[in-house]
Every structure is written in C-alpha cells, then in structure tokens.
Design a protein around this ligand. Structure first.
Ligand SMILES: [Zn+2]
Length: 292
C-alpha cells in the first residue's frame, strides 16, 4: 500500500477506483488520495486551455472549469471575501499566490499587497499577463524562485489537492514565508460526512488533477512536518449562480445534457440570482509559521 501523502503513515486502505485511478484512505488521518502512477509531465499537461475553458474546447476525459474566464465576476466576489479574511491577519506586505491561475485574487489584492503568482500552467500564466495584467510566473510550487523568508503571506486557494508531492510543496512554502508569516489554504475535508456518504460519486474527485483530498487532521499533521504551525479552521461560504452550479455538475459528471441546460440558463434572468452557501466539506485553514 502507498504511504499517506499527508501524514506518511503506511496504514492505508484501498477504497475504490474511479476512471482507472485507485483511491486509498489513510486509517490514521482519514485523508483520501490517488495512488498516482503518472510522471509529473503527464499530470501537468492537463492544465492547458481545455482545463480552464472546457465548455469551448471539450476534450473527453479532461475535466476542469466550464469557463474560468466567464466566472470572473463570481470568482472575484469570492476572492474579495477571502482578501478581507486574509487582511484580518496581515494588512499588507509581500504576498505569493501559489496556483494563481488567471490572477483574479492577485488583481483584487493589488491595493494592499505587493503580490506575485506562480502556476504550473503556461496557458493560465499567459492569460494572467495579457488579459488581466497580473504577474504570474510559470513554475512548480516545490521550487519557488525567491530567497528564504521573502513573503508575509502565501495563499493556496483550492490548489493543495492538485499537488503531486504536498510535503515538498509545503516545505518550500515554509521556506519562503517570513517567520511569523501566514499561509492560507482552502480545500475540502475528505473526512467530512458528505464525501464519505457520496463515495466515488463525490464531485471533487478528479484525478489526475485532484490527487490528495486532505482531512483537517491530515492537514494539521503535514503542516507540522513542513515546519509550519498548527492550522485554525473556518467555514468557506461561496457565491454561485444556478447555471454555474449546473454547469459544474455537467463537467464533473461528464454530462452534455447538464452543460447545455447550464449554458441556456446563463442567458436567462436566472443568471442574476446568486446563492451564497458553504458546502459542508469546504474549509479555510490559517497557518502561522513559528516566529523563531
Ligand atoms: Zn494520513
């Protein structure tokens, strides 16, 4: 059995296979992870245009955002709330957005932080620079091109589940954070009742993009292993339009029927109604690097 990527315990159990990917659950920390037998390059190749803009360039078997560009307004609203949350802890300074995509969070953070982004996707980094005028470098979070203690804040919004070697990535985050600096992580809790109830039908499963679904306990253990502090956990309410929810289900479950309903509703008045909800499995973790 493969060892747990979050707590490194070898006591893991095979739970199911989905789209040929074997999933294991750690008996110690309850994280759920894929036993990945692909190289980095094969994984990273999935983050092209088809991942961010899947409704215009659907390729079978590749799932991502219906249209990241079209979600600008709702994502920006959500990121504004996350920025307010971050600023309760740190009001300014240097900020690294790890997994910045098109740079929407960085754009909103510009009045308060000197920000820069890193993303594995060359496509996303080009869109960030050309369309949104935000500095996003192409690179792996395992190797950030910055001296020790460069940043006051690192944010990882919905990215930690994508990372092939999360312990290496978080150790690098700990290196580039200043002593006393803060890391913010948003992700899903795989030990929550809802993912456990849904099993292999849980919408967040999406290998080879989503690889390790942490539990809160697993995240606490890996943060400590990486030289960071213990996380504090908060709920993560987000805003969605009904067509967005339907389109996301269409992409997650590869249903053209749902995708077309979503696209039709998007052009109707229904698109004006925004639902604010916190999925029970979603959370934000705040982690402070020890000051000494
Ligand atoms: Zn574990």
């Amino acid at each position: 059995m493969p060892a747990c990527p979050s707590c490194n315990d070898a006591n893991t159990a095979s739970v199911f296979r989905k789209n040929e990917f074997p999933y294991h659950r750690c008996r110690r920390c309850q994280s759920l992870f894929v036993d990945l037998k692909m190289g980095d390059k094969a994984v990273h190749e999935h983050y092209g245009e088809a991942y961010y803009e899947s409704e215009t360039l659907a390729e079978k078997g590749r799932r991502g955002y219906p249209s990241y560009r079209a979600s600008y307004a709702s994502l920006t609203d959500g990121f504004r709330k996350k920025l307010d949350f971050v600023r309760k802890y740190v009001s300014g300074g240097r900020l690294l957005d790890a997994g910045a995509a098109y740079g929407f969070f960085l754009k909103g953070a510009e009045p308060h932080f000197e920000g820069e982004g890193i993303d594995i996707s060359n496509f996303a980094a080009i869109v960030a620079q050309r369309e949104f005028n935000v500095r996003v470098k192409v690179g792996d979070i395992e190797r950030v091109d910055a001296p020790d203690g460069s940043f006051d804040v690192v944010v990882m919004w919905d990215i930690i589940e994508h990372i092939i070697r999360p312990i290496k990535a978080l150790t690098e985050v700990a290196r580039v954070l200043k002593p006393g600096g803060y890391l913010f992580v948003s992700t899903d809790d795989a030990s929550n009742w809802l993912p456990k109830l849904l099993g292999k039908r849980w919408w967040s499963l999406g290998a080879p993009m989503h690889l390790c679904h942490f539990s809160k306990r697993g995240l606490a253990i890996i943060c400590e292993r990486a030289g960071l502090g213990l996380p504090a956990f908060f709920s993560d309410p987000r805003e969605y339009t009904l067509p967005e929810i339907i389109k996301h289900f269409g992409v997650s479950y590869e249903s053209n029927f749902l995708k077309s309903i979503g696209l039709t509703l998007e052009k109707s008045l229904v698109n004006k109604f925004v639902v604010r909800m916190a999925r029970p499995e979603q959370f934000i973790a705040v982690i402070q690097k020890p000051a000494t």
